[in-house]
Design a protein around this ligand. Structure first.
Ligand code: UD1
Length: 344
């Protein structure tokens, strides 16, 4: 079966995608600089799948390393490019780190692909490119106008989408699939891989599970005075395993049934918005564990509400994110217990 290069393949979404690809029979090579992940993730993948993916410890901004990788694995049929930094706050404090990592890695990967005759790329983008959609654009579909990014992180996603479009315009052999993720959460049902946040989690779900297990005293809910039914922000929380499966569908589509459009864009979400308080209450209900929380002021830069219209991915990719939220939240809880050595 075809070989796929997965950049950032030991990361959170990357590792779940590697599992789904391998379970569908793809040969996988991972390249990762381990800046925000651990090589032990490979053991988790191996325990789930039964074989270890090929692993290259390198930085995607390093052209000679990428050149050597493509020369060594000369049968790569497509690339899924996850490798990027993703902490919004950090990107505000260290913008150059984000522009270097996130922009240079895509440029380098595209150059290496071109040099080695690889023409298919799937790119990890984000719903952050939409900013706060107007009421008329909610749920948001792929044709909604993009808005000026509110962080360097968000800007790198927009710049990268533009780089892909410009390169596709110049290079008619290139096929690209841009996947705009909504809010990925949860962990593999085996609890052998999951999210490993560095330090104090910035994202909601890891903060909830760490509070539930007693690592954090209480969750701060950022704002209850938004124009939403319960006053807290609304997002489209998508199960990371469902998200991973969408990547397999995107790869299949590029390799077999060449899309007419050189660059295709898909929203990957469930199509349903949930509020912060709904997430916290549902988590407490399904796990039976209390999560102490306090309502505090709004978080700067937060978007009030955004959820996906995912019809295009449903129809064109034949994919749907349909794992019930209760099951997703349980998977996150099982994973938190596993990494803290607590019996579930
Ligand atoms: C944002 C971006 C997303 C990006 C991600 C990277 C948008 C719409 N989304 O996600 O594209 O990939 O950052 O990190 O721009 N919350 C709390 N308490 C907490 C943590 C979060 O109440 O301790 C709330 C937030 O206010 C928000 C929701 O939970 O309403 C989700 O927050 P988070 O998990 O950080 O994701 P986004 O900000 O949506």
């Amino acid at each position: 079966m075809a070989r796929i290069l997965v950049t950032g393949g030991t990361g959170y979404i990357g590792s779940h995608t590697v599992v789904e690809l391998m379970q569908q029979g793809y040969d996988v090579v991972i390249v990762d600089n381990l800046s925000n992940s651990d090589q032990a993730v490979l053991d988790g993948i191996t325990a789930i799948v039964g074989t270890c993916p090929e692993f290259v410890h390198a930085d995607c901004t390093d052209m000679s390393a990428m050149d050597a990788l493509f020369a060594r694995y000369n049968d790569i049929a497509g690339v899924i490019h996850f490798a990027a930094s993703k902490a919004v706050n950090e990107s505000v404090e260290q913008p150059l780190k984000y522009y270097r990592n996130n922009v240079m890695s895509l440029v380098t990967v595209l150059e290496a692909m071109k040099k080695h005759g690889v023409h298919n790329v799937v790119f990890s983008s984000s719903c952050t490119v939409y900013g706060q959609p107007t009421a008329q654009h909610l749920p948001v579909d792929e044709t909604a106008p993009l808005q000026k990014a509110t962080s360097p992180y968000g800007n790198t996603k927009q710049i990268n989408e533009d780089i892909i479009r410009d390169e596709a315009h110049a290079n008619s052999a290139l096929h690209a699939t841009i996947l705009r993720y909504f809010n990925p959460i949860g962990a593999h049902p085996s609890a052998l891989i999951g999210e490993l946040p560095n330090g104090v989690p910035q994202n909601l779900l890891p903060f909830v599970t760490q509070t539930a297990i007693g690592l954090r005293a209480e969750l701060k809910v950022f704002g209850n005075d938004y124009h939403t039914p319960d006053g807290s922000c609304i997002r489209d929380y998508i199960y990371v395993v469902d998200l991973a499966k969408a990547h397999v569908k995107a790869v299949e589509r590029m390799l077999s049934d060449k899309p007419e459009e050189q660059v295709e864009v898909f929203n990957l979400g469930t199509g349903t918005g949930l509020s912060v308080l709904e997430i916290v209450n549902t988590f407490m209900h399904v796990t039976g564990v209390n999560v102490p929380y306090q309502i505090v002021g709004r978080r700067e830069g937060d978007i009030e509400q955004v959820w996906a219209k995912a019809d295009k991915a449903n129809e064109v990719l034949g994919w749907r994110a349909d794992t019930p939220i209760e099951q997703v939240l349980m998977s996150a809880w099982k994973w938190e217990q596993k990494i803290r050595g607590v019996e579930g």
